[in-house]
Design a binder for this molecule. Sequence first.
Ligand code: URP
Ligand code: ZN
Ligand code: ZN
Length: 469
Amino acid sequence: MSILIKGGRILTAADDYVGDVFVEDERVTLIGESLDVPADRVVDASGKYVLPGCVDPHTHLDMPFGGTVTIDDVESGQISAAFGGTTCHVDFIIQPKGATFADAFDEWMSKAEGRQVIDMGYHMAVTDLKDGGTLEELATLPDQGVTSYKLFMAYKGALMVDDETLFRTMQVAAETGALVMVHAENGDAIDVLVRQALAAGHTEPKYHALTRPPETEGEATNRAIQLARVAGSPLYVVHVSCRESVEPIARARDAGWNIHGETCTQYFFVDYTFLERPNFEGAKWVYTPPPRAKHNQDVLWNAVRTDILSVISTDHCAFLWDGQKTMGRDDFSKIPNGGPGLENRLHMIHEFGVRQGRISLNRMVELLCTNPAKLFGLYPRKGTIAVGSDADIVVFDPKKRHTISAATHHSKSDYNLFEGTEVTGSPELVLLRGQVLVDGDELVAKPGIGRFVQRAKFGEELKPERVPA
Ligand code: URP
Ligand code: ZN
Ligand code: ZN
């Protein structure tokens, strides 16, 4: 199968020009002006943007969490991703307490088997180094393409690890070339605040935010940065939500340390007041870290503009409002934490980042495609449009109007974080390794088309795969 995409505005992190892209046998094989080559399909992309497929390094599909399981499995989550122009993501294997990393890896691979619609990799979330996985076993994961370790510094009594586990994992990463990712919040202090709030009879969703003040995020971010310095490992701070955690990352990067950070789409648009909505509606926005005071939104735009933060992810962790979020009607601490978002990252960042003049188109590509691919060992196969790269391509219509809604999104969630938001600009054609995933409003791809990608170690490139003759 070959496709010739003609006359589009080709955008990468560095380039912006009008040209033609020829795709054959899964890869981009020619880029030029007025290419005259026979192709199975010719796409007229004049007036359209030709973008690399977006890479989302932070999702939670089919994950047991908060007394339930996230509502999107690999198939529904990845279909949702494809409609939003995301062609590769990195999800989290959660090591069940007491289990080996090998067993956890097998379990998560079998959940994905035959259901994949886009390409994917896995991070390993380390929860237990005492009774299950060992440091020696952890050290073997990068050679299997699992080149990032994730640690939760919050969710006490569930996923939270102590500082010894965090620090020892960092030491392993320093040896093996893995990237350490942290959910940075002080879980001990938050646990005290949650218990005190409940004892005082405070049960509504807004107490989710009031018991997780921004200082608890700032403290944990700084602690993780300092520990990574001692261990000598690279560090990536996930879902940065507020000034208190942006500041230590800014200082670390200014000093030239190997520290990286992401924020997520929702933190630019949803603020604390959403949690105050009546009739338990606020539970829709119970995710962690919580929606913050509005002034943080400018801090985050500034941070992504100036490369204090290098990535915008979704932290897609979808639940039903009716039936899952409602488990916490009488106790905010029982509301499963998380929200949907995989489908709308490109819509929202193009509309409110690019169209409203906060970031350039090139920077948008860098934040949604190139930087996540580079940091997580997928570049240059993913995250750019270049000869030899996987033909993961989005033909994006910058004039197409779209209203974001749960009525039309592809996640199984019964609500959308950005319900009713009108955007101008939407993916029109989405290719994964040269195969059509989405054409207009139609899903063309069949589950099974996506693959597990063995990622390169931190700082190394993932070379284009030789396609069998
Ligand atoms: O509320 C969230 N973010 N749920 C997903 C788990 C996590 O902390 O990333
Ligand atoms: Zn988290
Ligand atoms: Zn997450």
